[in-house]
Design a protein around this ligand. Sequence first.
Ligand code: PMT
Length: 214
Amino acid sequence: MNVLVTAGPTREAIDPVRFVSNRSSGKMGTAIAQAARAAGHTVRLITGPVALPPPADVSLVRVTSAADMLAAVEKNLAWCDWLIMAAAVADWRPRHPASHKLKKADGPPCIEWEPAPDILATIAPRKKPGQLFCGFAAETRPLVREAMRKLRDKNLDLLALNDVSQHDRGFEADTNALTFFDAAGQRQPLPLAPKSVCAAQLIARMEKLHAKKI
Ligand code: PMT
């Protein structure tokens, strides 16, 4: 399979030296790219700014903002059989990033916000028959309800829910605990495990979904 994976955070510019971002380290998405490669798939990884070494045998595209990531996903969409969106993409961005560094002497800036592009929502209507899309849900409360909503609204085949309110899972941790929800309504909670193990479980689940579809 041709597997397109996204990882890491995006950065949205406030001015030439400042940005808004989030705590994603890229570990989860990178582990998925490695697990897909280890399972014999051809992998392209689109990553926001992370401090991880590039995985072996995986073609890497580095991006900065949500708009960059959307463009890179769109460019690779026709190529991929599976899209796995583990990146923590910004929901909001400054509407008018300053072209010069904001001066402290001018006082706290008043930033006007606009929605950043929602990558999955943008491409969901373009899903071709046979393609599989997997999204993540990073939640701190009403976990299951939000997961089901994202699965439906973003036209996903699989959603991996992680509770990001605990220090041993989700953002930055080396471990995670995923619950899979599929479009047929099946729910599968998995125990806390190294992200490499979670990633291998996710790839195995995609392989099962693929086998069911053909
Ligand atoms: O990188 P790590 O430190 O290892 O942390 C891993 C992780 C917590 C970032 C990862 O496991 C995870 O949960 N990634 C998704 C984070 C997220 O943005 O979740 P969300 O619930 O806000 O978004 C739902 C889905 O829509 C995600 O697949 C996301 O990639 C996608 N999305 C979100 C916003 C946006 N503008 N466009 C999108 O496509």
